[in-house]
Design a protein. Structure first.
Length: 449
C-alpha cells in the first residue's frame, strides 16, 4: 500500500479488487513492523477498532450501500484531534493524566460518517509548535527519503506525512498554523493541502493559535487531497482542471526566494520553465508587504500570544515536562495581552487588504514551500542555533499564507531520485476550488515533463 494513492484505494474497493479488511491488515502490519517507523509515527493505534470499522465497511459494500467513496479507506488523524474515550495528548507527555474526552472532534465525526477507517493518531511536534517534526517524548519518525541518513520529516504534522509515505494509511488529516501540513509534505515528497481555515470545522481540535490554525490533509496527489477534503469539509469542492495556457501566475520576489538551497532553487526554476512551456503566463511581482511580517510578529505574534493564553496554567504546574524548545516559544507570549492582540488584528487586516490588492487578478502565487531540503536529525538534535535557524526557514514561506488566511498546496517538484522539494501554489481566502483546479493542471504538467 506504500504506493497506493487514496484515489486508487477508492477505485480498488469499488471494483472489488481488494477489501477494506485487506487494506487495514496491510496498514497495521506496516505500523507494527519493527524494522519500520510505525512506533515513532503513531502515538495511538486503533487496531481492534480499525478492524471492526473495516468489517462494517465491507458489509456495506457487499450490500451495495457504501456510505461514501471513502468507505473502508484507512485514514490517520493527528494527535491533537479528540477521539471519544481517549486522552488528547498533542505529542506531549504533560497531558498524559488529563481526562478522556467525551466526544469526537468534528473531523473525526465526518470521517466516520463517510465510512473512512480511523486507524490511529499520528505523532507531531509537541503542541504543534515547530515546523521540523522533532519530538523528544515519542521519538521522531525518519523521513522516507534518504532514511539511512535519518533526516527530519518536517512538522508539525510529522507522523501524518510518514504514515502516508510508508503505506500506513492512504491519507492523513493534520493541522497547519504556519505550514504544518505543507512542510512535511514538501520534505517527504507528498502533496499537502491547507484550505481556507473556515472551510473545516475545528471543534475538538487542541489549538495552537486560533487566529491562524487550519485543518488540512496530506496524500500522494491532488485528487486524493480533494477526496479526503470532501469528507471533512463543510462543503465539498468539485474543481475543474483548466489548461495552463489560460493561467496567469505570480512569483513574489520579496522574502520567499531568499536563501534557497541549491536543490530547491534548481527544482523551483525547472518547474517554472515547464509551466511557461505549457503556456502559463508567469510574472514576477515585488510583494514588498511580505517584508513587513518580521516586524509585525517580532514579539511572537498570534502563535506566542494565543498559545501562552492556553498553556499558562499547565506550564505553572509542569513546565519541566515540556520540550524546552517548545516551551521557550510559548513563553514569548507571556508579556503580551489584549491590547497586543487587538493591535495584531488591526495590522493583519491592513496587511491582508494590501496583499489582496497586490495579487488580485492572478490565478495563483508560486513559490518554494520551504527554502531548504530536509536536514538531518543529528545536525539539529543538540544544536539550538541550528534548530531555530532551520525552523524559522521552514516556516517562513508557508506562514505568509496563514497570515493571509489563504489556501495553498505543496506539490512535489523534484526530479526522480533527488531530494524532495515542494512547489507551493497559493491563493486568496475562499479561492480553494479554483486553486485546486490549477493545482491539478500544474501536477499533470510536472508529471509529464
Amino acid at each position: 500500500m506504500a504506493k497506493l494513492t487514496l484515489v486508487q484505494a477508492v477505485a480498488g474497493l469499488a471494483s472489488g479488487e481488494f477489501t477494506s479488511r485487506q487494506l487495514i491488515a496491510d496498514a497495521l502490519a506496516k505500523i507494527a513492523d519493527p524494522q519500520g517507523e510505525g512506533e515513532r509515527t503513531f502515538t495511538q493505534v486503533y487496531a481492534d477498532w480499525a478492524q471492526q470499522q473495516a468489517l462494517a465497511a465491507d458489509q456495506r459494500r457487499a450490500a451495495g450501500k457504501p456510505l461514501s467513496p471513502l468507505d473502508g479507506v484507512p485514514i490517520s488523524i493527528k494527535d491533537l484531534f479528540d477521539v471519544s474515550g481517549q486522552v488528547t495528548t498533542a505529542g506531549s507527555r504533560v497531558l498524559a493524566g488529563a481526562a478522556v474526552v467525551k466526544k469526537h472532534a468534528a473531523i473525526v465525526e465526518r470521517l466516520l460518517q463517510a465510512g473512512a477507517v480511523v486507524i490511529g493518531k499520528t505523532n507531531m511536534t509537541e503542541f504543534a509548535y515547530s515546523g521540523l517534526g522533532i519530538n523528544p517524548h515519542f521519538g521522531t519518525p525518519a523521513n522516507p527519503w534518504d532514511r539511512a541518513t535519518q533526516r527530519i520529516p518536517g512538522g508539525s504534522s510529522s507522523g501524518a506525512a510518514v504514515a502516508v509515505a510508508d503505506g500506513m494509511c492512504c491519507g492523513a488529516v493534520g493541522s497547519d498554523t504556519g505550514g504544518s501540513v505543507r512542510i512535511p509534505a514538501a520534505f517527504c515528497g507528498l502533496t499537502g493541502y491547507k484550505p481556507t481555515a473556515r472551510r473545516i470545522a475545528s471543534g475538538g481540535l487542541l489549538p495552537l493559535s486560533p487566529s491562524l490554525d487550519s485543518i488540512g490533509v496530506i496524500a500522494h496527489d491532488v485528487a486524493s487531497c480533494i477526496a479526503l477534503d470532501a469528507a471533512i469539509a463543510e462543503q465539498a469542492l468539485r474543481p475543474e482542471s483548466p489548461t495552463l495556457d489560460q493561467a496567469r501566475f505570480a512569483v513574489p520576489q520579496t522574502l520567499v526566494l531568499d536563501g534557497l538551497d541549491e536543490e530547491v532553487a534548481a527544482a523551483f526554476q525547472r518547474a517554472l520553465k515547464r509551466l511557461a512551456k505549457a503556456g502559463a503566463r508567469i510574472e514576477a511581482i515585488p510583494c514588498s508587504e511580505f517584508a513587513e511580517l518580521a516586524e509585525i510578529n517580532a514579539a511572537g505574534g498570534f502563535t506566542a500570544l494565543e498559545s501562552w493564553h492556553w498553556h499558562q496554567s499547565l506550564i505553572a504546574e509542569n513546565a519541566e515536562g515540556y520540550d524546552p524548545r517548545v516551551l521557550s516559544r510559548i513563553r514569548r507570549g507571556q508579556p503580551l495581552g489584549e491590547s497586543d492582540l487587538q493591535q495584531l488584528r488591526q495590522l493583519r487586516a491592513s496587511w491582508q487588504q494590501r496583499v489582496t490588492a497586490r495579487v488580485q487578478g492572478f490565478d495563483a502565487l508560486l513559490m518554494p514551500t520551504a527554502p531548504l531540503i530536509a536536514p538531518t536529525l543529528a545536525e539539529l538534535a543538540e544544536d539550538d542555533e541550528a534548530y531555530f535557524g532551520a525552523n524559522g526557514a521552514a516556516l517562513r514561506n508557508p506562514s505568509v499564507i496563514n497570515f493571509l488566511d489563504g489556501c495553498a498546496l505543496s506539490l512535489p517538484c523534484q526530479r526522480p531520485g533527488e531530494a524532495p522539494v515542494g512547489l507551493m501554489v497559493a491563493g486568496l481566502p475562499m479561492h480553494d476550488q479554483a486553486l485546486l483546479g490549477w493545482a491539478m493542471a500544474i501536477e499533470r504538467c510536472l508529471a509529464d515533463a
